[in-house]
Design a protein around this ligand. Structure first.
Ligand SMILES: Cc1ncc(COP(=O)(O)O)c(C=O)c1O
Length: 395
């Protein structure tokens, strides 16, 4: 129905004009932030619910910006489908809540992002889910962690913060032979690794990190077969895990430069690691691009010659780490996330792995002197100057 020009201003104000006529289209995906979508009549509702005509109903269940982002992430991963969520933890929650029943068991890689282990250990355990930790760099030990209720094996492409690289093909072979799902958190390695091609069933992303890339959007994605993702979609909506349109659009915009950012950051990580490995103040450096790294050859193969954007250095003590962080103030920020355009620092003991006990952390090799470096796209010589400045001032 056309606009009623005789209506009272209070009525006119709440009835927006129809979209202006235009024979051109916007170049960039428009932001469609409507919570709800309008139907022509009851038959139209029936046909959308029956899947006979395309359409959205309510934004928590899906919206155009979310679909565009999900499709783009699915393509990035060479997968059939993806579901976007309000955070990386949302994607993991969607996976676990979607697949697990009371009494089920999961095998979790040691050294996962701290909150991932907390999700199972502290939250899903309340619903009867149990777990066993296994060393993802020793795939042959994986079967020992299985019970007759093991449903999911969950690993990270590159472990955090010690940047070990599990052999995904080997792990997926074991999972497939036992009919167990393999989920891979690919947050650290978008573009350089495609876990689905290596046999994974599901991928999760904290798209908050490299995919969005500018530390201004919190976003997650769950990737997999269309039939599986379609089953998990309503569960994600029931638990309220859905992503919102604005951050979906922002993340999609960030993704346009993902290949450029990834290339520059991987290059910075490699060259700075080659500089730091010889620095007398650095007790140890963990980076898969270094030949001394235990997974160097595997990483070279699995990531097609790239080695990721994260390196972790050990400065020997909390005091040294603290001093290093203070020395870099105004140059390289201490901001406990990763994947920004700027290089950032994190201290795993006080941030990402804070939820683990000291014994658990020490078992994983996470000591108070560790500082995790997430490389950005700055000029390499400037980064080198900054690190040299901060390290040379350590007492
Ligand atoms: C490897 C990894 N997975 C998952 C997450 C959780 O993602 P989000 O913070 O977007 O919920 C993080 C967050 O730092 C992470 O580093």
């Amino acid at each position: 129905m056309s606009h009623d020009q005789t209506a009272h201003p209070s009525t006119q104000c709440v009835r927006p004009e129809a979209l202006p006529a235009s024979t051109t289209r916007s170049l960039v995906p428009p932001l469609e932030w409507s919570v709800v979508f309008e139907f022509d009549d009851l038959d139209h509702v029936d046909s959308v619910y029956a899947g006979q005509s395309a359409g959205y109903v309510y934004a928590r269940d899906g919206h155009p910006n979310g679909t565009r982002l999900a499709n783009q992430i699915a393509r990035l991963e060479g997968a059939e489908a993806a579901l976007v969520t309000a955070s990386g933890m949302g994607a993991e929650a969607a996976l676990f809540l979607g697949l697990l029943k009371q009494g089920d068991h999961v095998a979790l890689a040691k050294g996962l992002y701290g909150r991932t282990q907390v999700l199972i250990d502290k939250e899903l355990s309340r619903f009867g889910v149990s777990f066993t930790l296994f060393d993802s760099t020793e795939p042959d030990s994986l079967s020992e962690s299985f019970t007759d209720r093991t449903k999911i094996v969950f690993v990270e492409t590159i472990t955090n913060p010690l940047v070990r690289v599990p052999n995904l093909s080997k792990i997926s072979e074991i999972c497939q032979s036992r009919g167990i799902y393999l989920g891979v958190d690919n947050t650290f390695a978008p573009l350089i690794c495609q876990p689905i091609a290596l046999g994974a069933d599901f991928i999760t992303h904290s798209a908050t990190k490299m995919i969005a890339g500018h530390s201004d959007a919190t976003m997650g994605a769950l990737v997999g077969k269309k039939s599986e993702i379609d089953k998990i979609r309503p569960i994600s909506s029931s638990f309220g895990l859905s992503a919102n349109p604005f951050e979906s659009a922002l993340t999609l915009r960030g993704m346009a430069t993902l290949p450029l950012r990834m290339k520059a950051a991987c290059q910075n990580a490699l060259e700075l690691s080659q500089f730091l490995v010889f620095h007398p103040k650095v007790i140890k450096i963990h980076y898969p691009g270094l030949q001394s790294h235990p997974d160097h050859l595997l990483a070279n193969d699995q990531f097609h010659g790239e080695f990721g954007t994260i390196a972790t250095i050990d400065l020997g003590s909390r005091d040294a780490a603290n001093q290093f962080i203070r020395n870099l103030k105004g140059r390289i920020p201490f901001a406990p996330s990763l994947g920004d355009v700027a290089t950032t620092l994190s201290h795993p003991v006080t941030t990402s792995h804070r939820g683990l006990s000291e014994t658990e952390r020490l078992e994983l090799g996470i000591t108070p002197g560790l500082v995790r470096l997430s490389f950005g796209i700055e000029d390499q010589a400037d980064l080198m100057k900054d690190f040299e400045y901060a390290l040379s001032r350590l007492s």
